[in-house]
Design a protein around this ligand. Structure first.
Ligand code: FES
Length: 120
């Protein structure tokens, strides 16, 4: 990381972009939606009122879409449909094997009644 001459790291600013997902009314508690971006798919979940977004890919096998597994809104988790690893949607971390690497999570916000994803 670059410094400004006295040893403190300079925060690197990156461009962020926002993607409109859908009106809040279209993603009620317990519902989810898959969003395709240029680079990867993202699952957006309503965990009983808490909106969360996570890369839609199992870290145990990149080709598996997690949103095809079991979404549990009460525990904010999703279970991989292939081998059953459970991922915490709040952190992206698997809580059971065989997956052991986290997948990326993304900030979700609501503006003017529309759910939006913030991407770097
Ligand atoms: S592919 Fe998801 S746990 Fe193996």
């Amino acid at each position: 990381m670059p410094t400004h001459g006295i040893g403190y790291p300079i925060p690197v600013r990156t461009m962020t972009s926002r993607i409109d997902i859908c009106p809040v009314s279209e993603l009620p508690p317990g519902a989810s939606v898959r969003v395709e971006t240029e680079d990867f798919d993202i699952g957006v979940f309503n965990c009983d009122g808490q909106l969360l977004a996570m890369e839609d890919r199992c870290s145990h096998d990149d080709s598996v879409l997690l949103d095809e597994g079991g979404f549990d809104a009460a525990t904010c988790t999703i279970e991989c449909p292939r081998h059953g690893s459970v991922f915490d949607l709040r952190t992206g971390r698997p809580t059971t094997l065989p997956a052991y690497e986290a997948v990326e999570t993304f900030p979700v916000l609501v503006e003017d009644g529309v759910i939006k994803l913030e991407l770097e």
